[in-house]
Design a protein around this ligand. Structure first.
Ligand SMILES: NC(=O)c1ccc[n+]([C@@H]2O[C@H](COP(=O)([O-])OP(=O)(O)OC[C@H]3O[C@@H](n4cnc5c(N)ncnc54)[C@H](O)[C@@H]3O)[C@@H](O)[C@H]2O)c1
Ligand SMILES: O=C(O)C[C@H](O)C(=O)O
Length: 351
């Protein structure tokens, strides 16, 4: 009796898992652990849901200062191959270098995705989050340096232009910095750009891939619409779609009217980014996506551009090709701001 019932449950679960896999892609799972830090938050919960459904994740560790036991219990009832754990700081441990909850979440992780931190309210810039989020990212990356020094880190916490340089400096201090394994997630800018072009051209946005270069804040976001085959906007339309891409985050912040910033689209973007990194780790040799990484293709130390991913993370930082005089004007405007925001992160980590 018992074994028959078990078999029925397993078989029902398998068929639902296969359906989920059809929807989300079909790379074979190879024993990959992903940790989400900030997993009980607005981004963290839907991101954890999507990662739970990924056929490329076999272990999902949800860590937050509150709430993750509930998030993990809830996710654990979804029939997919990933096991789930909910982790909170062990009592009285802050900063987290002695946090056994963080240690459990991070030990053995292949990828750590970090959406921990406060979001914007209307009227704020991402840089206004610096004072709170810099400390959160610093402490969590110290935990990564100690508990999973070989993992790929995907930083979502804003201001990304500064939090990624902070993370690099912290990893350097611990002697474990590998530029191939540290990325700021700018995928939301790419999916916004693809969505806006798809709507303008009347085609499937999933067929579009707009390179978005620079950073992730206002005018440091530079979508290269000239590189989209068949897209020929008027000057007015180009200006409108460029500015809308740069300030897409503000559009959501204003619509949420004090209740935070983009969470659902960011969760999707974070899932797309992470799953592509996993596919490359598992041997896919055609994974190219934009990421904000240490870079020598401009005179900014960190820059988002198309990157080729491989088994160890960023295999090659690719160039961004020819840009038009219109795009060059935005580029020239962006660089002083981007470099200043990078330096702010470096200075924070080296007081
Ligand atoms: N890179 C991007 O494109 C992008 C897009 C959207 C939002 N963001 C940023 O992501 C961050 C999170 O946004 P949100 O809407 O999910 O916020 P949120 O407030 O809903 O969730 C943040 C979570 O982080 C947790 N947290 C705080 N300190 C922590 C710590 N030390 N360790 C672990 N967890 C901790 C909180 O408990 C909370 O659950 C913000 O900084 C936001 O600006 C970035
Ligand atoms: O706008 C924000 O503050 C959140 C995020 O960076 C976004 O682009 O939506």
């Amino acid at each position: 009796m018992f074994s028959t019932a078990s078999r029925r449950i397993v078989s029902a679960a398998s068929s639902q898992t296969i359906q989920a896999n059809r929807f989300f892609g079909s790379t074979t799972a190879m024993g990959r652990k992903v940790a989400v830090l900030g997993a009980a938050g607005g981004i963290g919960q839907p991101l954890s849901l999507l990662l739970k459904l990924s056929p490329n994740v076999t272990e999902l560790a949800c860590y937050d200062i509150v709430g993750t036991p509930g998030v993990a219990a809830d996710l654990s009832h979804i029939p997919s191959i990933a096991s789930v754990t909910g982790n909170v700081p062990s009592s009285g441990t802050w900063p987290p270098s002695h946090d056994t909850g963080l240690e459990a979440a991070l030990t053995g992780a292949d990828i750590v995705v970090i959406p921990a931190g406060v979001p914007r309210k209307p009227g704020m810039t991402r840089d206004d989050l610096f004072n709170t989020n810099a400390g959160i990212v610093k402490a969590l990356v110290e935990g990564c340096a100690k508990f999973c020094p070989g993992a790929i880190l995907a930083i979502i916490s804003n201001p990304v232009n500064s939090t990624v340089p902070i993370a690099a400096e912290i990893l350097k201090k611990h002697g474990v910095y590998d530029p191939k394994k540290l990325c700021g997630v700018t995928t939301l800018d790419v999916i916004r750009a693809n969505t806006f072009v798809g709507a303008s051209m009347g085609c499937d946005p999933n067929e579009i891939n707009v390179p978005v270069i620079g950073g992730h804040a206002g005018t440091t976001i530079l979508p290269l619409y000239s590189q989209v085959p068949g897209f020929s906007p008027s000057d007015e339309e180009l200006e409108a779609i460029t500015v809308r891409t740069q300030f897409g985050g503000d559009e959501v912040v204003q619509a949420k009217a004090g209740a935070g910033s983009a969470t659902l689209s960011m969760a999707y973007a974070g899932y797309v980014f992470t799953d592509k990194v996993l596919q490359a780790m598992n041997g896919a040799d055609d994974i190219v996506q934009c990421a904000y990484v240490e870079s020598s293709i401009t005179d900014a130390a960190f820059f988002s551009s198309p990157c080729k991913f491989g088994p160890d993370g960023v295999e090659e930082v690719l160039g961004y090709g020819d840009i038009t005089p219109y795009e060059q004007a935005w580029f020239d405007k962006m660089m002083p701001d981007l470099k200043g925001q990078i330096q702010k992160g470096v200075d924070y980590a080296n007081p």
